[in-house]
Design a protein around this ligand. Structure first.
Ligand SMILES: [Zn+2]
Length: 449
């Protein structure tokens, strides 16, 4: 019992769709996140963290269960397989109390997708039957009229739709709920997972913080313009007008500002706890037209989508920057190692030991990204109808090694190679110029397929 009492508390924070290059700790030009930046500077800080897969429903099974993407088929949540255990189950079996506060995201509903496995308390803000039905109706309606309606009418519908969006579970509300819960019910040691949706489209939390233009009327007009266009952009997965892109990017930034303000208290409180580890990350990025796409629909493997923030704070850890590319597939294993639980089936290694680990082909193959290539738009409707096994089998792979990044798209039978140290935008394909490096990547790709 004594040993158990000494085990640390773990707080895992995931902020949906949060890009690292919009945070000051990754990109000093951005000044939106002073609280996140400050804690990051006192943490074990990962400069190059990537997701094993995306979007949300393919990122979280790997994060929570330490399994490779699609290892147990194309099911959208925690696979219904006895060999798969969630980190919450493992911790609970080792005497932990386990709590989750998940902002409303129908794809993380505990019961529907098994994410509640192992949690004593899983609060997913599931006003769900209403929002699920609403979603199904929305997509059916959209698909019915897509072919017939002109752009103007679709934009008008988008404006109307905006007023139906709610933001009932923003970071402010969730943090209040957590504080109350922890004050009354916490039992140590505990594992607490917090998922925020503020930085996820439509960036509703940013609405009040939106301050693109100093002129009040101009600013107000920009907000209205955003309201009438944003749902349309999501559907099209494109933004063609530069002004619209500027407004949308600014709304995304405002949502980061909101989130950052709201986590200040939580961070300060965590720092006062002697025996607590806080892990901060995201489930994927957000494409803002860098390669002609908007949103996080799985069609590309460029860094705006697969790179995520990652840092681990604990008074027991020396602040340090880690340069090696590491995948979130290692999170479950890391938590299990920090908490001294006896479970060896999580893929990967303890992130805290990254500097002592040999970076060989096996390591690199584990720290890669694999997504379904060009998922058809019909998939959303299927998901919300609970037909949750996706049939598409063609994959899109991304591998990073030293300064190079290799992408292979099975569907298009297309390869790309970039020097991501000098070509941050991933625009100069070096495939024909650097055959030796490509061959090297193909060897690693074999281990992934
Ligand atoms: Zn997500």
């Amino acid at each position: 019992m004594d040993k158990k009492n000494k085990r640390p508390n773990i707080i895992l924070i995931t902020a949906d769709s949060l890009r690292p290059d919009f945070l000051g700790c990754y990109n000093p030009e951005k000044k939106l996140s002073k609280n996140i930046d400050k804690l990051a500077s006192q943490s074990l800080f990962f400069e190059n963290a990537i997701v094993p897969s995306y979007p949300t429903f393919y990122a979280f099974p790997s994060i929570m269960c330490g399994i490779k993407p699609f290892q147990y088929g194309r099911y959208l949540g925690v696979p219904r397989n006895k060999r798969v255990k969630t980190i919450a189950e493992v911790l609970k079996a080792n005497g932990y109390s386990t709590y989750a506060f998940v902002a409303d995201n129908p794809l993380l509903y505990g019961e529907n997708y098994n994410y509640n496995r192992g949690f004593d308390y899983y609060f997913d803000h599931k006003y769900h039957e209403i929002s699920k039905k609403k979603m199904v109706l929305k997509y059916k309606f959209q698909r019915l009229f897509e072919g017939y309606l002109g752009e103007k009418i679709l934009k008008l519908l988008s404006f109307v739709n905006y007023f139906f969006e709610t933001n009932h579970s923003n970071a402010k509300k969730i943090n209040k709920e957590i504080k109350e819960f922890i004050r009354k019910k916490k039992k140590e040691p505990y594992f607490l997972w917090i998922h925020y949706m503020d930085t996820h489209y439509p960036y509703l939390s940013g609405y009040k913080h939106f301050n693109l233009y100093k002129n009040y009327i101009r600013n107000f007009k920009a907000k209205m313009r955003y309201k009438s266009n944003s749902a349309y952009f999501v559907k099209k997965k494109k933004i063609n007008n530069k002004e619209d892109l500027k407004i949308l990017t600014s709304m995304y930034e405002a949502s980061i500002k909101f989130l950052d303000q709201e986590v200040e208290d939580l961070f300060n409180w965590t720092k006062k706890q002697k025996d607590t580890y806080l892990i901060f990350t995201s489930d994927h990025g957000e494409a803002l037209m860098e390669h002609g796409n908007f949103g996080h629909h799985p069609t590309i493997a460029y860094n705006e989508l697969i790179k995520v923030p990652l840092f681990i704070y604990s008074p027991k850890l020396k602040p340090k920057k880690i340069h090696n590319t590491v995948s979130l597939i290692n999170l479950a294993n890391t938590i299990s190692k920090i908490t001294n639980t006896d479970y060896d089936n999580f893929t990967g290694f303890n992130l805290i030991e990254t500097n002592n680990i040999q970076i060989d082909k096996h390591f690199i193959a584990n720290n890669t990204t694999k997504v379904i290539s060009g998922l058809s738009p019909v998939y959303r409707e299927k998901i919300f109808n609970n037909k949750v096994e996706i049939k598409e089998k063609k994959m899109l792979y991304s591998i990073m090694k030293n300064e190079y990044k290799y992408i292979f798209d099975e569907k298009k039978e297309q390869e790309e190679l970039y020097n991501i140290k000098i070509d941050l935008q991933e625009t100069d394909n070096l495939l024909l110029k650097n055959k030796e490096t490509t061959e090297d990547f193909k060897e690693i790709l074999k281990k992934m397929r």
